[in-house]
Design a protein around this ligand. Structure first.
Ligand code: SF4
Ligand code: MG
Length: 321
């Protein structure tokens, strides 16, 4: 399949002021490379604070990259701004985690969904925009007369449907879904996942689907990337990675999944994640996972493991491969 998004050695660093006169830098995303194919769902998983939201926001250029490259359909958008960036924005969109905070409470649902069309001048007449709004409401499972209502009149799940409709207004080929179901009731989560899947089937959109928990991305993702402390540590086919995690961190994440999984069987060794995620201001030397890894040795402290490819899987660990 064709590649829609290619991320190459991407770094997103933030200035965190000074401590004892020394400049502090948060390496939120540190040398991450991966590709997303057209129509594919790439699940991105890791604990909160690992940099996954920053990575997603950098790809859609809400956050500024520090170094590396972002290609969309082969075109370099890394340092685009102004009108040139606006052209790409149509094609690459983001759904936020919190449907309560991301919708303007003073706008009607119709205005919220229409707004991107107005900003990007994609329809000539008001009538065309209205028709498109009606069509989008139908796609996300809302009613035509919902256009006149306000976000507060809707439940969390319905609000997420409204933000999905808004995101689809510009016909994007790629959407970053930043924990779109984490703020919702468990009973609603599956509905939103199914909606996103159906939309993908109909429209062929590619997703970067961000979650803190592997069980949330398993059913929607074709491939999964696991992130730790700003780094991608493992990547592979969703089912294979779930059945046979190779990186100690992925293993630990999967042992934390409470529901038994038929794919996994009963023999999987449990690795408990102990301790806190280290600070991205002051990351450990060598392997970023070494302070919590049960297999860490001297080499792990001295040398950063490189990403290796093993039968289609990518793993960054000295012990693997
Ligand atoms: Fe653990 Fe060493 Fe592998 Fe890092 S490189 S995950 S510390 S074994
Ligand atoms: Mg986040």
């Amino acid at each position: 399949r064709d590649v829609i998004v290619s991320v190459q050695h991407l770094k997103t660093y933030f200035n965190a002021g000074k401590t004892w006169g020394k400049k502090q830098v948060v390496k939120a995303v540190d040398d991450v490379s991966f590709q997303i194919h057209k129509g594919e769902t790439y699940g991105l998983v890791g604990e909160s604070g690992c940099g996954k939201s920053t990575l997603g926001r950098t790809i859609v250029k809400i956050n500024e990259p520090t170094d590396g490259k972002i290609l969309v359909n082969g075109e370099d958008i890394t340092y685009l701004s102004g009108q040139k960036l606006k052209k790409f924005r149509k094609n690459i969109q983001l759904i936020f985690q919190d449907p309560y905070a991301s919708l303007n409470p003073r706008m009607t649902v119709g205005e919220i969904i229409r707004e991107p069309m107005v900003i990007h001048h994609i329809y000539q007449t008001r009538k065309e925009q209205d028709d498109r709004v009606t069509e989008l409401l139908k796609i996300v499972g809302l009613k035509p007369d919902h256009v006149r209502r306000y976000p507060h009149e809707f439940s969390g799940g319905q609000r997420q449907r409204i933000s999905i409709a808004r995101t689809l207004a510009l016909n994007p080929e790629f959407i970053v879904c930043d924990e779109p179901i984490s703020a919702l009731d468990v009973s609603i989560q599956a509905q939103i996942i199914n909606l996103l899947k159906n939309i993908q089937k109909e429209l062929g959109i590619a997703y970067l689907f961000i979650a803190h928990d592997l069980s949330m991305v398993k059913h929607i993702s074709d491939r999964i990337g696991v992130m730790y402390l700003g780094h991608l540590v493992e990547e592979g086919d969703s089912k294979e990675l779930y059945a046979n995690p190779m990186h100690p961190y992925t293993k630990a994440l999967l042992s934390a999944v409470p529901i038994p999984d038929p794919l996994v069987g009963k023999s999987r060794k449990r690795i408990m994640l102990e301790g806190e995620l280290p600070s991205p201001i002051n990351p450990p030397s060598g392997c970023p996972f070494r302070t919590r890894c049960p297999y860490a040795n001297e080499k792990c402290a001295n040398e950063m493991p490189k990403m290796k490819e093993i039968n289609g899987r990518k793993v960054a660990c000295h012990m693997v491969g």
